[in-house]
Structures are given as structure tokens and as C-alpha cells.
Design a binder for this molecule. Structure first.
Ligand SMILES: [Fe+2]
Ligand SMILES: [Fe+2]
Length: 267
């Protein structure tokens, strides 16, 4: 069995996200609340991880869309320091594999990629624009192939909560159509939309992951009604599995307005 953590949209540098106190102490009540949720609740509950993946946007950069407002430091190095310190808080096995993918380019503009800089703090880790991860220990009961996931940051958004499944089913349909070329993916994992959602079809799963940052000035300015989930996902992949439904999905979702942390295991 493998415990695989997926973290995304950490947006280090933003006042609307938690930050590591060794680099930056929270400077407002919301950030304090988010720090409490991340460090005292979520991280201690994730257990020992065999692997940890960052699905993009771990760094907020210059917050170009918010014209630099709402940032505690636009220095990308300090933002990476804080992201690194957060990742080091997780309890991980000695040889835990770390993987990173690139986030939305507009955060860093023409600056170097924050997600790439972060990956370099963890020697032996892998970084790419998108990636496939095969879990060699976790074999399919019928044909012995490993569980194989596809990871990418960006995915289409939907203004209507009831249409979120539409975005996910389109991604799955595209993956099925290109299967001959890219091989079968048992799970597709996206981020960017900052909310948790999962959908199963034809033995496969498709998911969007929560983020760590809540509504910033840019989002408030657009008066989008979208409410982000603050949290992360842990997948527990058994050594033998038959279809994606056999993968235990554990997720944390905190919505500051509701002051209620949901911690749920999907079996
Ligand atoms: Fe994001
Ligand atoms: Fe993004």
C-alpha cells in the first residue's frame, strides 16, 4: 500500500494563504486561521507518506493579476523558502519520492518558475510541465499493470458548481480518445480551480484538488461566487487493485466562512 500526498496551489507569498512561521509570521487573522488549519490539523492527520506531489502554483510570485497587492513578499526566493519549509513539515518515509509540476505561468511572469525552484530544494525529485506517475508496487489484479496517473496543473473552470463534473468528464473523454498514443491512465489529477471534486467512469478516476489560498482581491474584484476548498488529498493505493474505485481517497477541505474542516475518506 502506498500513501501518496497531493498538494497544490500553495501560493506562498499571498496574505490569503498560510505561510511557514520560520519565514513569515501570518500578518492577518485569516492567515493565522489558515496556518492553524494547515499545521495543527491537516499535516498531523496525513500520516506517514511514501510520496508527495506538488501539482503546481506553490508560489504566488508577483501576484500580477492583483497588481502586486495582497502579497507579504514578492521575492520569489522567500516564497520558495516558505513552500520548502511547509513541505518539510510532512512526515515522510526516508526514501519518499517528491514530484513537482509547473503551475500557471502568469504568477511569475518572466521570472524563473517558482515550482521549478522549489523542486531543486529536494535533490532526487522530478519536475516537469505535466507528468505520468506509475506506482510500480500497486498492481492490477487482472493484468498486473501498475496504477498509472496523469498530473497537470491547469484545467477548465466552471462558474456553476453543478457543472464541475462537465469539466472532469471532458478530460476523461480526451484521455480515453488518446489512450492508444499515451497509454491508459487510471487516474487524472488536476488543480488550479482550488476545489476538490472527483468523478469515476469506466474504471478510471478524475479529480481536481483543493488549494491553500482562499479568495484574493483579484477574485473578489471579479465578484466570482466561487468558494475555494483549503486542503489537500492523500491517496491510499492498495498493492492489488482492480479499478480506480479501489483507491482510497482522503481529502481535507476547509472553508473559512463556514469554519468547518471536512476530513473525509472515500472508499
Ligand atoms: Fe492556483
Ligand atoms: Fe493556477
Amino acid at each position: 500500500m502506498i500513501r501518496f500526498g497531493i498538494l497544490s496551489d500553495g501560493h506562498q507569498g499571498s496574505n490569503e494563504a498560510p505561510s511557514h512561521p520560520s519565514i513569515h509570521e501570518p500578518n492577518n487573522p485569516l492567515a493565522e486561521e489558515l496556518n492553524h488549519i494547515l499545521f495543527d490539523k491537516i499535516i498531523p492527520q496525513t500520516g506517514k507518506l511514501d510520496a508527495l506531489h506538488c501539482n503546481g502554483d506553490m508560489i504566488d510570485g508577483t501576484n500580477y493579476k492583483g497588481r502586486g497587492l495582497g502579497i507579504w513578499d514578492t521575492d520569489i526566493v522567500r516564497q520558495v523558502d516558505s513552500a520548502e519549509a511547509i513541505l518539510r513539515e510532512f512526515d515522510m518515509k526516508k526514501k519518499a519520492k517528491m514530484t513537482f509540476i509547473e503551475g500557471s505561468g502568469y504568477h511569475t511572469g518572466n521570472n524563473p518558475s517558482g515550482d521549478n525552484m522549489l523542486s531543486k530544494r529536494f535533490p532526487g525529485s522530478t519536475y516537469d510541465i505535466d507528468m505520468a506517475i506509475s506506482f510500480e508496487k500497486c498492481r492490477n489484479k487482472k493484468d498486473g499493470r501498475p496504477f498509472r496517473g496523469y498530473f497537470r496543473h491547469k484545467v477548465g473552470t466552471s462558474k456553476s458548481e453543478s457543472n464541475r463534473g462537465g469539466v472532469l468528464s471532458r478530460e476523461l473523454a480526451e484521455s480515453l480518445l488518446t489512450e492508444e498514443h499515451y497509454g491508459r491512465f487510471d487516474g487524472l489529477f488536476f488543480s488550479h480551480v482550488h476545489h476538490f471534486d472527483t468523478y469515476y467512469r469506466r474504471g478510471r478516476m478524475v479529480m481536481t484538488t483543493p488549494g491553500l489560498k482562499t479568495r484574493d482581491l483579484f477574485v473578489k474584484g471579479l465578484s466570482l461566487s466561487w468558494v475555494p476548498d483549503i486542503g489537500m488529498v492523500v491517496l491510499e493505493i492498495p498493492n492489488t487493485w482492480e479499478r480506480a474505485r479501489d483507491i482510497h481517497v482522503e481529502y481535507w477541505s476547509y472553508i473559512p466562512d463556514k469554519k468547518n474542516l471536512i476530513h473525509e475518506v472515500i472508499v
